[in-house]
Design a protein. Sequence first.
Lengths: 469, 316
Amino acid sequence: MGVLFESLSSRLESVWRRLRGRGRLTPQDVDEVLREVRLALLEADVHFKVAKDFIARVREKAVGDEVLASLSPAQQVVKIVHAELCALMGSTSARLASASQPPTIIMLCGLQGAGKTTFAAKLAGWLGRQGRHPLLVAADLQRPAAVEQLAINARQVNVPVVTPEPGDGPADVAARGVARAAALPADVVIVDTAGRSQADADLMAELRAIRDRIRPHEVLLVLDAMAGQDAVNVARGFAEGVGVDGVALTRLDSDARGGAALSVREVIDRPIKFAGTGERLDAIEPFHPERMASRILGMGDVLSLIERAEQAWDHSQAEKLQERVQKDGLTLEDFLEQMQALRRMGPLEQVLGMIPGLGQAMRSSKAQVDERELGHIEAMIRSMTGEERRRPEIIDASRRRRIAAGSGTQVADVNRLLRQFGEIRKLMRDVTQGRLPRGMPGLPGMPGMTGPPVGGRPPTHRRGKHRGR
Amino acid sequence: MADGVWGRMRAGLARARQGLLGRIAAAVSGHRTVSAGLLEELEGALLAADVGMPETMRLVGRLRELAAAGELFAEGVAATLRAEVARSLEGSSRPMRRAETPPSVVLLVGVNGSGKTTTAAKLAHALRGEGQRVLLGAADTFRAAAAEQLGIWAERAGVDMVRHAAGSDPSAVIYDAVAAARARGVDTVVCDTAGRLHNKANLMAELRKMVRVAGNACPGAPHEVLLVLDGSTGQNALVQAKVFTEAVGVTGLVLTKLDTSARGGIVLAVWRELGLPILWAGVGEGLEDLRPFDPEAFASALLGADGAGEPGYAEG
Ligand SMILES: Nc1nc2c(ncn2[C@@H]2O[C@H](COP(=O)(O)OP(=O)(O)O)[C@@H](O)[C@H]2O)c(=O)[nH]1
Ligand SMILES: [Mg+2]
């Protein structure tokens, strides 16, 4: 598919080029950059008023002397934007509340289809892996088979579940669940509730009734990362209606920029605590606010990628590769090795999606790599001679036929591989020269494209190995 | 029934109404000409409804033109904007296609939680109401209890359902459902599918296979591949629509959850960019809560405009 939404970096490219040579920015120049930033925020679904206030704050800072006198003023503006976004999103992952007297009671709420039931099970599984003893409570009596869904998911994550008895209303089953926690014993109770619109007065009253029966220590609003502008009304409605202590952002594995996260932060001033990152029940992560800032701006989730890469990548090997690639260019052997390393980092699409520019370049060039294809690619490369792997340009038609026959693939597959490889090699050339693919300058805390998966130097950011996966 | 829908619709609109109409009224009062401030209010209202920048600029630009030509004054702004929105959606709605020889096969696709299963039930109910014989196919074999969910709906709607064991090949369900529909003289078979994000290549490939298998089971099928789009989705809906269309040839949209405060404005861009018609609107969680999409009603609801007494979707 074509790239529907430009990243901020590509948006700014032309502004950039014009401003690059200049030592100073006029307030008009600043406005021009900020106009692009505003468009990027709107495309990311940041609420238009939030975007407006945000831009006003940045302008105030950017028009100061410091910026105007700096060497690369346009980049400086983007630095300010990024820093301001980070400040808004918060800098640390927020923790769940913890009751002084167990059990800690967590109540989920949100719109229909936001992903509450799945998230409930994920959270329970996650807490279980932290050594806690969670209990799930199925208090969505509205949607058909919601109780069964939670019961099945509970079994999958190995957590006990309380389901309604005949005649129970949602508050009854919630209370029953809390009572059950003492008997088990469980130290965390997670209550799933029916989806509802914040504009539905009756259903909001029902939610308050549940809350008043069980007095949760933590009310989590479950919000879809693909949500649009209405997210501010939703967040405000739930915050006013039942009180919200934190937010769980689901479907962050989508390619949505997730600007709603920023709106919600700004409007209800509550931290986003968790991210849902896939359909599997272990696809849950503590939310990293600083990464969200890059994502909203369309700069990819570079930090997440680096962290994963650190777990999957051997640094000394990476450095050697880097040197060789810089000297001789990428070979098909390196290519194979890198793909295997990528695979160790997690589902390919997810990994590629996190690389700014690369994910996009691969998608738009139809050079998409799918997990199954990887097996074929490996077979094809293994059917090549060493010379062919090092100098793919010598692979002519007859060699292509031989490679296809040897690897059980079609000549068309070999053609595609060589074409993809050519594209990637070109991309790598840019990348190893320290340039971001779309002209994005390095940003504070963002090592750009020099991370391991494309054969760069070891990451400048060493984060703790705390993610036990 | 109408009462319930009305009430919910009204509640959903209350906020938007206070918002836009209040602001327009304030901006209009004491002015005759269309001021820059008024245009800015309109721009904000459209953006807030998820209409997106390109469509918003187009609509606001049009109003600016009319005002400059002396054809539009402040008091006519709300009505004109509504008319322009409706005009942008001209031709965007159509009835569902029917196969020349039954069964007609309808596939519902979309991201997780958008309302596919509920829409399958509502559709079955609506078609049955037209006197059709309807069969449901439970091809979401992935999500826990998905077939149970559809099964409960099938019972409520009084239609049969074809299902397989959890975790089995969804294409096999499609095949069996379509084959059963042919054998039983069913008019329309509505197949639910598992939710999937459009950026998961393997899941999109799985969906392609389902479409292919439907065609194998019945020449010409599927007759409709409907993308079920959550009305609260932001700009990513355009990407969704584009990728699903490229992958499985989406033939139209169902826009759900219009009874909430979500406005669904992104369909303007989807219609303009991709020419995908919007066949149905979901306006609640009950079997009855499905309406043929109506650009006029949508335009009124989008802007929360009830000044002239337009009831939006509540009228049905
Ligand atoms: N308010 C409202 N809720 C809806 C509508 N359509 C579906 N839902 C709700 O959205 C949630 C997800 O719907 P479901 O059909 O299970 O989505 P699926 O995952 O796409 O199959 C359920 O709670 C439905 O009741 C609608 O038009 N309005
Ligand atoms: Mg479903």
